[in-house]
Design a protein around this ligand. Structure first.
Ligand code: PLP
Length: 377
């Protein structure tokens, strides 16, 4: 068995190998001054770097052909399984610039584990965690100059995997293409963490028991877009989904988890029952809140109770969280029969403290007691 990945004759990657990626630098990288211009205000998800990492899977060769190459369109047969039955999963994580000029990923092993669980749920072949982590490290090493030196700036990594077998029969694919692309990003929401307005979706749900709600798959997003479009029509920023059975219990947003802060200083978030995506930001904030001495409960919270608590003043703050937008205060919730404000309607104090504590660790401005940073350079 081959011990590491190179351009050796046998391209298969042994399960116990420390993977290395064959790097083929782009012959046409973006000019330094053009890149600098893009990085002054990159927005979110529209500036892409020069390279991508790819790995292929086939039954005959296992995981093989690990490369860092020029970012370019894929050639896909029109009968590729992903285009018909949507066997697709993805991840999202960020690399941050450190004060000494180095760069670090935030909890990449947690993303690797979640990617593996997503693959299992979608009947895809799981990528070994080490290969996942090494693929994102390889891209960060290659593209560190693409981390914007602006407030909120980061390199957003998007690992994903598609079913690439050419076959129209309905069954799990036997071939997969895994890739990582990178995008230079600034703050997700324009302005300094403004408070967002949520549209409580009463007609559409995101995930049902036994479904794919806990898997990070593109299909979950496809089915949420109509509700997000409704939210936008209603003048809201994001959609809030309720449970699919009773249409009563608060679950999460289309791509972010949700937290509530009460007048006794305690914090609550819906428990992970299988229909909610287990956010790594969610998990990190639970830990940081407990570090601060706050009481954190993972428990069901009904939308009617939420409204009553907002109106009585018992509910003081609410916020959404995820890798892309970090921590975003929620000011108002709107539903068919009216809207209600949470707390002052603006960013709350505990929300701000948690957000700052997380950002300080991610950017190397505070000690990292839980070993969350993975220094790459
Ligand atoms: C990715 C995602 C989140 C947030 O997860 P993080 O690991 O914190 O980025 C929350 N909800 C959904 C539906 C997601 O896809």
């Amino acid at each position: 068995m081959l011990h590491n990945m190179s351009l050796a004759s046998d391209p298969a990657i042994a399960a116990d190998a420390v993977p290395t990626f064959a790097v083929e630098p782009s012959a046409t990288p973006l000019a330094v001054n053009e890149r600098a211009a893009l990085l002054t205000n990159p927005g979110f998800g529209r500036v892409f770097t020069d390279h991508m990492a790819t790995i292929r899977y086939s039954e005959a060769n296992g995981w093989h052909d690990a490369r860092v190459v020029k970012r370019a369109p894929f050639q896909l047969d029109a009968a590729s399984a992903v285009l018909h039955y949507a066997q697709e999963i993805f991840e999202g994580l960020k690399a941050y610039r450190l004060p000494d000029g180095g760069a670090a990923l935030f909890r990449p092993h947690a993303n690797a584990a979640r990617f593996r669980r997503s693959a299992e749920r979608m009947a895809m072949v799981p990528l070994p965690d080490d290969l996942f982590v090494e693929s994102v490290r390889a891209i960060v090493r290659q593209e560190a100059d693409w981390i914007p030196d602006i407030e909120g700036g980061a390199l957003y990594l998007r690992p994903f995997m598609i079913a690439s077998e050419v076959f129209l029969g309905v069954k799990p694919s036997t071939e997969y293409l895994y890739a990582v692309i990178a995008s230079s990003v600034g703050a997700y929401f324009k302005g300094d963490a403004p408070a967002v307005t949520l549209w409580v979706s009463q007609d559409y749900t995101r995930a049902a028991p036994g479904g794919t709600g806990a898997a990070k798959c593109g299909g979950n997003y496809a089915s949420s877009l109509i509700a997000q479009a409704e939210a936008t029509r209603q003048g809201c920023d994001q959609v809030l989904f309720l449970d699919a059975v009773e249409r009563r219990w608060i679950e999460e947003l289309g791509g972010m988890n949700i937290f509530f802060v009460f007048d006794d200083g305690s914090i609550a978030t819906p428990a992970l029952t299988g229909t909610i995506l287990p956010g790594i930001t969610r998990d990190s904030l639970i830990t940081l809140a407990r570090d601060m001495g706050l009481v954190v409960r993972e428990e069901p919270y009904a939308i009617d109770q939420c409204r009553a608590d907002a109106e009585s003043g018992r509910l003081r703050e609410a916020f959404a969280c995820g890798t892309a937008a970090v921590v975003t205060p929620i000011g108002t919730m709107k539903q068919k029969d009216g809207q209600f404000q949470i707390g002052s309607g603006g960013p709350g104090q505990i929300t701000g403290r948690l957000r700052q504590a997380l950002i300080d660790i991610q950017r190397g401005h505070a000690p990292d007691p839980h070993g969350w940073l993975d220094r790459v350079i």
